[in-house]
Write a protein that binds this ligand. Structure first.
Ligand code: 5GP
Length: 348
């Protein structure tokens, strides 16, 4: 099954704070424990626990956010997360995160995002292509390829794009601020808006205006949709024509027909694909929160391949099919097609 690791992969659904290494979380918890902010032993136990319910996951996110409140830590986790995905042979990563304000740390939503971008600039084990290919800003990290003596590219390269998440707990004004920030950061690799957060919290009338605002500004949307049964909300979400949806666990027949006829791709973890009525519908395998769920994208590929009896060639095609759903521009899509073309002879 090494080939699950070897084939190039595209990750379209990864939350920054859900993708942190356990070792980093433990290290951060130890420091806060020494300062008396938390009780390290209690937190270490929670971090290392396996198998969590959905409400437990959201409690854990609150803990993660206590551990990652300053700019330096945000930059550090971003760097590590990108390096970890690149090590999995992810060639294109759309990393999503919720811009956060924290007055005590002098953090604004914008300075939070600057820390994320600083983290991308700090990646050194792999070349990061960040800004849109047609932009020429400071933050353009398009690397010059490093060739070996035979002229082959030696270093790995990962395209990274950012999605700004709106948390369902936010007010309309705060969600609008995130959308406006995303517009401002378009030249810095931001390509769209995500809606996430605890699905039992928040009302769609609070965040729908901000999502509509994003649409009007031309920002693509990816929404956490139907993680729990809530038909009215699913209908409202489909009414704003999101470009992609995630999870889609509790969808009624009629809404499925809408999703299928609009060909809205669904991002899923392997365990969800196994339960999903989505055959012949575009799906993209993802990790969601590889730290929280102790998984990797290669592992998700392995789970799907072994459960459905799919071979290397079929999984390669599944990976390649995600190119059409990335939010980056056509130049990046073309570059990804070339990467997959070059890898095809090994895969089939
Ligand atoms: P962050 O945005 O802080 O970088 O990543 C963690 C946040 O992503 C969580 O606080 C939560 O709002 C969101 N998130 C992560 N995983 C999930 C998920 O499976 N479902 C939903 N609805 N939100 C999630």
């Amino acid at each position: 099954w090494e080939w699950c690791h070897e084939i190039p992969k595209i990750e379209l659904h990864a939350h920054l704070n859900g993708s942190i290494r356990d070792s980093t979380l433990l290290e951060l918890a130890k420091v806060l424990g020494e300062k008396g902010v938390i009780v390290f032993e209690d937190v270490a136990h929670v971090i290392m626990k396996n198998g969590r319910s959905l409400p437990e996951c959201f409690k854990l996110f609150d803990l993660y956010h206590i551990l990652t409140t300053d700019h330096e830590t945000v930059a550090r986790i971003t760097k590590e997360v990108v390096e970890d995905f690149a090590a999995e042979n992810v060639v294109y990563l759309e990393l999503r995160t919720t811009p956060k304000k924290n007055e005590a740390k002098g953090m604004t939503k914008q300075s939070y995002m600057k820390a994320v971008i600083d983290g991308l600039r700090a990646v050194d084990t792999v070349d990061v292509a960040l800004a849109n290919s047609d932009s020429s800003t400071d933050y353009c990290l398009e690397p010059s390829p490093i060739n070996d003596t035979q002229g082959r590219i030696k270093r790995k390269k990962i395209y990274v794009r950012l999605l700004l998440s709106i948390d369902r707990r936010e007010t309309t004004a705060s969600a609008m601020e995130t959308v406006d920030l995303a517009m401002k950061l378009k030249d810095y690799g931001v390509v769209g808006i995500d809606l996430s957060g605890n699905p039992v919290v928040g009302e769609c009338q609070t965040f729908i205006p901000a999502l509509k605002h994003a649409k009007e500004l031309g920002l693509p949307l990816t929404l956490h949709c139907a993680e729990i049964p809530n038909r009215k909300e699913v209908q409202a979400m489909l009414g704003i024509h999101p470009e992609r949806i995630g999870h889609a666990c509790f969808i009624e027949e009629e809404e499925w027909r809408r999703i299928k006829s609009a060909k809205i791709p669904v991002n899923l973890l392997a365990s969800f694909i196994m339960l999903h009525p989505c055959s012949k519908h575009p799906v993209v395998l993802c990790t969601d929160d590889c730290g929280l769920f102790s998984t990797t994208l290669s592992n998700e590929y392995y789970l799907v391949a072994s459960t459905f009896g799919l071979d290397k060639g079929q999984m390669f095609q599944l990976a390649r099919s995600a190119i059409e759903f990335v939010f980056a521009d056509n130049g990046v899509k073309q570059a990804l097609r070339s990467i997959f073309e070059a890898a095809e002879s090994n895969a089939i």
